[in-house]
Design a protein around this ligand. Structure first.
Ligand SMILES: Cc1cc2nc3c(=O)[nH]c(=O)nc-3n(C[C@H](O)[C@H](O)[C@H](O)COP(=O)(O)O)c2cc1C
Length: 256
């Protein structure tokens, strides 16, 4: 492969590291497209490149903010791997949505997966994941995708779990804010993908703009941002008790 391209949106870092783990198994120059920190004009990939897409699941779908961003990347029958990362609740229609977009944009998806990582809003859910067992499965997936590269054909197709039409995308009614530890460094202001935090008063968050992505929480050097309040505590309790059972990663491959 001439180039291995990693395209991801990863507010709390898991999609980024899972994309890297898959990509590290392939030889070829690595090019990273961080859709949280950078903006891109249209990019077209050739047939002799591989593109790995990794996105978090937000309310059972791809984050709405990513749709326009992903549309900038086009393939010319370019092989692709699509992964969604979720916090042990469910990934519903996020993976089928990703695979559909990749097809529409000229990619040939050879493998797709749904992988579990720590829940970025309720971090006690799926704590420590992906763990060793997950990593073994991710490596196995990556190896199988490598084998698929030599088997790509005109009419190969991939079927993944999920429904069409996709479930409705619902906003999350939980908004992170800053506390007294905030030193006004501006890191959260800079990383916020929707401009919901003002440099004059970064402890506040514009509720109308915020998409609850958690980028501001994970970037804060003072750990001064987070979710709080009785509504969050109640939601955390319900979520944790409903989703205790360990989910396993699921992988899908194109038929030859
Ligand atoms: C707004 C929002 C919605 C989420 N919705 C879901 C969900 O529907 N199902 C689930 O299992 N996890 C959900 N999660 C958890 C993330 O999918 C999970 O933590 C993922 O690892 C985050 O990826 P990242 O580390 O690349 O940001 C949600 C997280 C956020 C911030």
């Amino acid at each position: 492969m001439k180039r291995i391209n990693l395209i991801y949106f990863s507010p709390s870092g898991s999609s980024n590291s899972i994309a890297s783990e898959i990509g590290d198994n392939f030889s070829g120059d690595k090019v990273r497209y961080d859709l949280l920190r950078q903006t891109f004009e249209e990019v077209t990939f050739e047939k002799n490149e591989l593109v790995i897409f990794a996105f978090p699941v937000f309310a059972g779908r791809l984050p709405a903010i990513c749709l326009e961003k992903i549309a900038k990347f086009k393939g010319k029958d370019t092989p692709a791997i699509g992964v969604v990362v979720y916090g042990n609740r469910d990934y519903e229609d996020a993976l089928v949505e990703l695979v559909d977009i990749l097809k529409e944009n000229g990619f040939k998806t050879i493998g797709a997966g749904a992988v579990i990582a720590e829940h970025s809003i309720f971090p006690t859910m799926a704590k420590g994941r992906p763990d060793e067992k997950d990593r073994e499965q991710i490596l196995n997936f990556s190896n199988k995708c490598k084998d698929m590269l030599s088997l790509i054909s005109e009419d190969m197709k991939i079927e993944v779990k999920g429904n069409r039409p996709y479930i409705d995308s619902k906003p999350i009614p939980l908004i992170p804010k800053g506390n007294s530890k905030c030193i006004k460094c501006g890191a959260c202001v800079k990383i916020c993908p929707v401009g919901a935090i003002s440099i004059d008063d970064p402890k506040k968050t514009d509720k109308k703009k915020c998409i609850s992505c958690t980028a501001c929480i994970y970037i804060c050097p003072e750990r001064a941002r987070g979710f709080s309040g009785p509504m969050y505590a109640a939601a955390a309790k319900t979520f944790e008790s409903k989703n205790k059972e360990r989910k396993e990663p699921e992988f899908f491959y194109a038929d030859k």
